[in-house]
Design a protein around this ligand. Structure first.
Ligand SMILES: Cc1cc2nc3c(=O)[nH]c(=O)nc-3n(C[C@H](O)[C@H](O)[C@H](O)COP(=O)(O)OP(=O)(O)OC[C@H]3O[C@@H](n4cnc5c(N)ncnc54)[C@H](O)[C@@H]3O)c2cc1C
Length: 437
């Protein structure tokens, strides 16, 4: 059986890794010159840093199993996180339950109500009865109007832009449950996992093992078309490769998949293209000085061009970063938004100017490194009745399967779940023999 895998991110690497372990003939097509996709890295100091900030939760067992398989477990560090919340220009600590109880923008009664509802949500196991409820309706019902307006509405808006009111309560529940479950030993703080030297090395190691078993990694190959040809499927790339396979497994976004497969029936296309995505801009700065004591700072100011400041060394510091402090500024937005069309130099000016407003001590001379990244399909919007709308692995074209981020549900997208759905697809195809290392 000859397989083509399209995309070399977490999902594509997982598919190719297991299939080559089963002795299958595998060709992996990746448009970039490296593996990792959204979890790839950039040079920083003497080492590498994630292009987009990445950490894992204690419950992310699928990604931890892969670290083990490729011999990287020793480099995984479990660290105490620190979260801040900017509200009306003031920074509030927001890591522990005590921080919530001290969060002055909410009344005391409202703080208790938020804490109790979060506990209730963490204990909740089923989500089916939330499928026809929006996050907005659910939060107002459970936590009250002021908690919604002050805490959650800005966070939902920061992730989903103008469409935030369409987000399902299931997405919100999944987020609170996952994040709330990743606690320090004392249970009071948040515990996050980070891989020294960045997550990109996980996918490079997987790639090395795939190649050692005879898998072929085709870099800088942008797949433009997949077409049925008699018994097989033809894969065509912009760079001129044309090759036939028995099975093709596609991992990039749904719009990318639909572009590659013009022969798919119209009703399938119409259903698959219903799920909207948010794009993301992330700027990774190398700063001379620290901005705040927080790893993760949520920004609620509607005038701010970014929605989170992620000061990486407040989670994980490494002498290999040299004298510079890696700080990410992130913005989710619709790909049509004017900010998404800006040149990197314009984004730099806008973001740095806003940092000056947010942190009066900050000076633009502190910025010694600037890396601009954007992703068209960074976050699917999980709307109402999502279980009925998400596309299945099987497509109307025999031998062609889809394995992409939008199929992750009820959890939110993440490396762990891209690995998990890839393993689910292999099980579905009868190709997952054993999960032991
Ligand atoms: C800002 C941001 C922060 C994140 N933070 C975290 C985090 O803290 N923890 C976490 O676990 N996850 C995080 N994620 C999510 C995580 O990065 C993704 O869920 C995961 O990496 C997705 O892997 P994937 O293989 O499903 O998709 P992708 O990584 O998107 O892989 C798809 C691959 O297909 C390739 N491709 C696309 N089109 C073509 C084509 N035509 N031909 C050939 N190749 C093609 C792409 O180059 C890419 O390599 C974050 C994502 C973003 C954007």
């Amino acid at each position: 059986m000859r397989y083509a895998i399209i995309g070399g991110g977490a999902a594509g690497c997982t598919l190719a890794w297991h299939l080559t372990r089963n002795g299958r003939e595998v060709h992996l097509y990746e448009r970039e010159r490296e593996l990792g996709g959204l979890a790839s890295d950039i040079p920083f100091g003497q080492t590498k840093l994630d292009r987009f900030y990445h950490h894992i939760f204690t419950s992310d067992l699928h990604v931890q199993a892969f670290l083990d398989r490729v011999g990287l477990t020793e480099k995984l560090h479990w660290l105490d996180s620190s979260v801040g919340f900017e509200y009306a220009g003031k920074l509030h600590p927001f890591t522990t339950p005590f921080d919530l109880l001290r969060f002055s923008p909410l009344s005391i009664a409202s703080r208790f109500r938020v804490g109790l509802s979060a506990l209730k949500m963490k204990r909740r196991e089923s989500y089916e009865d939330l499928e026809d409820v929006t996050a907005e309706e659910f939060i107002i019902r459970e936590m009250g109007e002021s908690a919604y307006r002050i805490l959650w509405e800005p966070l939902l808006r920061s992730k989903f832009g103008d469409r935030y009111r369409e987000v399902s309560a299931v997405w919100f529940w999944g987020k609170v449950k996952l994040r709330g479950g990743t606690r320090t030993k004392s249970g009071s703080g948040e515990c996050l996992g980070y891989l020294k030297d960045g997550w990109g090395q996980l996918y490079r190691r997987m790639g090395r093992q795939i190649a050692e078993r005879g898998g072929v990694l085709r870099f800088s190959q942008l797949v433009t078309e997949i077409r049925k040809t008699g018994a097989g499927l033809l894969v065509r790339t912009r760079q001129g490769v044309e090759e036939e396979y028995d099975r093709v497994l596609v991992t990039p976004s749904v719009p990318t998949f639909l572009q590659m497969t013009p022969s798919l029936p119209g009703d399938y296309k119409a259903a698959a293209s219903k799920i909207p995505y948010q794009a993301n801009i992330t700027v990774a700065l190398g700063l001379e000085k620290s901005l705040s004591p927080y790893y993760w700072l949520n920004i609620t100011d509607p005038q701010s061009p970014f929605v989170a400041v992620i000061e990486h060394t407040n989670l994980f510091s490494d002498p290999d970063y040299g004298d510079l402090i890696p700080v990410y500024l992130s913005r989710y937005l619709n790909a049509e938004h004017p900010l998404y069309q800006m040149r990197p130099s314009e984004v730099r000016e806008l973001f740095v100017s806003h940092l000056e407003r947010l942190f009066p001590k900050f000076q633009r001379e502190w910025v010694k490194q600037f890396t601009f990244s954007k992703a068209d399909y960074a976050q699917p919007l999980v709307g109402l009745h999502y279980s009925q709308n998400k596309p299945s692995f099987d497509t109307p074209i025999e031998g062609l399967s889809l394995c992409t981020m939008v199929q992750i549900y009820p959890e939110d997208r993440g490396m762990n779940y891209s690995i998990k759905i890839a393993e689910e697809l292999l099980r579905h195809l009868g190709e997952l023999k054993s999960l032991s290392a």
